[in-house]
Design a protein around this ligand. Structure first.
Ligand code: PMP
Ligand code: GLN
Length: 388
């Protein structure tokens, strides 16, 4: 008899990021799909990883994270947000934000608990909620500004709402939640005793002088919030997979009990490099955001010029477009056509919705790419009308 596999794997399919990247490689398309930079990590960080390896930091790290990194995360939190956390008891290092999210959900959710997510959502949220036995409840961020309707959010809360995932700056819409929006969510969390799991991996990708405010800043939420981030975006090192979760000592106990049996510990040398990155001067962060802002503006003007109706993002490194002006095809089919006939890859966000029909008018373009890559994409997009 052939072996059979767990029913939880059914319907998961392949992540849209892998699918589009594979198709992009096959057709030699300019890849503005999966969110990773095609330029390199700063030299001082590469050097720091190399030194850690040469110095023999090659065995298992401390399960909760190397001390030097937990301290660097605590200093970063204090410096940027005025939030003090104990590096020993209130910070855990994980294998990227993805693992921090997964283990946090397993540490918080009991079977049957509901978890509110804003749609479009990052693709790992719902599978992780379901693997924890939870039920994802979607609240829509409405076009064109991709903000939520307060009534709709209030209606989604119930005594079963154990957690809400708040991703700000938001992938894929680029929305940065305002203090007022966070206050509104916090009131609901306090009323229903709901934990906020905050995914802030784009915390330093904010533009036009907008400030990123962590939910943990709100006094009523400090002990009910888990703040998750990682080094992938901020330090142009998505392949190093070092992330962290910041929250109360009670939460960390629960999180670490799961984390120890999922990965035990995260890659040792990259923890030293992450500590070096987090200790960098403010200029590195500012230049990083300014550089991305220029790329955003350039790609935005290109997408606008060819009728793709982009929405300017306040944060993240993605631009969401409304394709209705150029095609009636659903975005998955249109994305495939763009790759195969024009040589430009973008992400169709249907899978980021409970109700895919909302997403099938949208297409996500990533702008954390070299100027040459963006110019090449612009050249190809200038031929868009020939394939319509
Ligand atoms: N959350 C969001 C919103 C993301 O876009 C990503 C993609 N990098 C992640 C989490 C995963 O981060 P990491 O690579 O650190 O696991
Ligand atoms: N975060 C990246 C994106 O949104 C992709 C990460 C992944 O491939 N899982 O494109």
């Amino acid at each position: 008899m052939k072996p059979t596999f767990a029913s939880r794997t059914q319907g998961m399919g392949t992540s849209i990021f892998s699918e589009i990247s594979m198709l992009a490689r096959k057709h030699d398309a300019v890849n503005l799909g999966q969110g990773f930079p095609d330029y390199d990590t700063p030299d001082f960080m590469k050097q720091s990883a190399i030194e850690a390896i040469v110095q023999g930091k090659n065995q298992y790290a401390i399960g909760s994270g190397e001390r030097i990194l937990r301290h660097a995360i605590a200093r970063h939190s204090e410096h940027w947000y005025g939030l003090s956390f104990d590096p020993d008891d209130e910070i855990t290092v994980t294998s990227g934000a993805t693992e921090a999210l997964f283990c946090s959900l397993l540490a918080i959710i009991n079977p049957g608990d509901e978890v509110i997510v804003f749609q479009p959502y990052y693709d790992s949220y719902c599978p992780a909620i379901r693997m924890a036995g939870g039920i994802p409840i979607a609240v829509t961020l409405h076009a064109p500004y991709f903000s939520f309707n307060p009534m709709e959010l209030a209606q989604a809360f119930s005594p079963k709402t154990k957690a809400i995932i708040i991703n700000t700056p938001h992938n894929p819409t680029g929305t940065v939640f305002s203090l007022q929006e966070l206050q509104f969510i916090a009131e609901l969390c306090n009323e229903y005793h709901t934990i906020a799991i905050c995914d802030e991996v784009y915390e330093h990708c904010v533009y036009d002088g907008i400030t990123h405010v962590p939910m943990q800043k709100l006094a009523s939420m400090t002990d009910k919030t888990v703040r998750i981030s990682s080094m992938g975006k901020t330090f142009t090192a998505t392949g190093w997979k070092i992330g962290w979760a910041i929250g109360s000592a009670e939460f960390q106990k629960a999180l670490r009990s799961i984390h120890q049996f999922v990965v035990f510990a995260s890659a040792t040398p990259f923890q030293y490099a992450a500590a070096a990155g987090l200790s960098a001067d403010d200029t590195l962060y500012r230049e990083f955001a300014l550089d991305l802002q220029k790329k955003r503006d350039y790609l935005f003007s290109v997408l606008e010029q060819y009728g793709l109706q982009p929405q300017k993002p306040a944060g993240s490194y993605f631009i969401l477009c409304d394709i209705s002006g150029v095609t009636t095809l659903p975005s998955t089919m249109f994305a495939k056509k763009l790759i195969t006939e024009l040589g430009v890859a973008a992400i169709p966000p249907e899978t980021f919705y409970h109700t895919p029909e909302i997403g099938n008018r949208l297409l996500r373009f990533c702008f954390c790419k070299q100027d040459d890559t963006l110019h090449k994409a612009a050249e190809r997009l200038s031929q868009l009308s020939t394939i319509l």
